[in-house]
Design a protein around this ligand. Structure first.
Ligand code: GLY
Length: 386
């Protein structure tokens, strides 16, 4: 009788629950480092928040001066933005598909004094860190992006903030995962079972939860009953939903060629289209886009770029952002020693994909988290022990 070798920690069998951009990229990184992966998702891979996103890589606009966010979120975002050029180049080389990575700059514009003050706050944070960022008056902003309204109060040029075609990225990852001999995609929910005090997924050595806002809703079979995965780590219960509606329009020569931010509105060129977002709707998880909300977004965008007033809408959609209490992801080992989580990326899932894959692969293959990664452990959401 031959005895199957027990997998070592350097080549574990890993079950991943959730095949969005985070699950796909973690699967690929872990498989490249020697792990064998089963990637479970009952829905079409990559068609949730990863598909709905606009593809912004925007550390400065999203994290430099946002009240209430994790104190190290900006560092994490900057670090991941620095990884993006190499990450995109490798993805393109390996898949043979372009992913539309465009480094900065993008322009954040102000149409009112409150937004202008917000831009000053971002500039202040950038300056303290020695990072580039230029305040432009409206004429200088229009020299960069002629489609902007002459009525704006000014702009901030953000060298750190760019974009990528998130749908192309997801498609490239899916291709690479499907091709990889050590990755199996299963179109089913992850089979999770309670075994005494431990959690099992069909004998895999480790489990990674990457199901975004649905992470806490994953089910575990216990004594024939379906119970919530939250029972194994209550931090998963702290991922709330923030719906967002968006649209794309046919991009004309008089429409923006630059990524623009204007308070809650953004515009991102994607091929022959311009993506315009987004509403922010706490608690919303599903639903068709609402005609009035979409008209409102387009009308707000046309205040910034007047030529959008008669733009032809090509598509509308909605997505769900998964948000933790400090709007930063949960990354790392959970209270269940064989279970890890990478979820809760909120508005920054595309931006944070490279650093997430790196942190998760390091930790699941045995490395202790460093200072930055350790700051995003899911245990921060647990009540402090007396
Ligand atoms: N990343 C932009 C958004 O979540 O709307």
């Amino acid at each position: 009788m031959t005895c199957a070798a027990r997998p070592t920690l350097s080549a574990p069998r890993i079950a991943i629950a959730g095949a969005g951009i985070i699950g796909l990229s973690c699967a690929l990184e872990l498989a490249r480092r020697g792990a064998t992966i089963t990637l479970y998702d009952p829905n079409t891979p990559g068609r949730g928040a990863s598909w709905a996103a606009a593809g912004m890589i925007a550390p400065a606009f999203e994290a430099a001066s946002e009240p209430g966010v994790h104190p190290k979120l900006f560092d994490l975002c900057l670090e991941s933005a620095r990884l993006w050029p190499g990450f995109a180049a490798r993805l393109e080389a390996d898949s043979g598909k372009p992913v539309g990575y465009a480094p900065g700059p993008s322009l954040a514009v102000a149409a009112d004094p409150a937004t202008a003050r917000h831009l000053d706050g971002i500039l202040n944070t950038l300056a303290k860190r020695g990072l580039p960022g230029d305040r432009l008056d409206v004429d200088a902003a229009r020299a960069v992006e002629p489609s902007l309204s002459p009525d704006l109060l000014g702009a901030l040029r953000l060298e750190t903030d760019g974009h990528v075609n998130n749908r192309a990225v997801v498609s490239a990852f899916l291709l690479l995962c499907e091709r990889h001999p050590s990755i199996t995609l299963e179109p089913t929910p992850a089979p999770l079972h309670s075994r005494g005090s431990t959690l099992d997924s069909d004998g895999h050595d480790l489990i990674l939860v990457t199901a975004g806002w649905q992470s806490g809703a994953l089910k575990v079979t216990e004594h024939g009953q379906q119970v919530s995965l939250v029972n194994w780590d209550i931090s998963l219960d702290e991922i709330d939903t923030y719906g967002g509606q968006m649209l794309s329009v046919e991009r004309r020569a008089d429409h923006p060629a630059t990524t623009l931010r204007a308070g809650p509105i953004y515009m991102v060129p994607r091929g022959s289209e311009l993506v315009i977002g987004a509403t922010m709707e706490p608690g919303r998880t599903t639903g068709m886009p609402n005609t009035d909300d979409i008209a409102g977004l387009l009308s707000d965008a046309a205040q910034i770029v007047p030529s959008l007033a008669d733009a032809r809408i090509t598509s509308t959609w909605s997505g769900v952002r998964p948000g933790t209490p400090d709007f930063a992801p949960f990354l790392g080992r959970t209270r269940q020693p064989n279970m890890f989580v990478a979820a809760g990326h909120y508005r920054n899932g595309i931006l944070l994909t490279p650093i997430t894959a790196q942190i998760i692969a390091d930790q699941m293959l045995g490395a202790e988290p460093g200072d930055l990664a350790g700051a995003f452990a899911p245990s921060r959401a647990l009540p402090a022990q007396a």
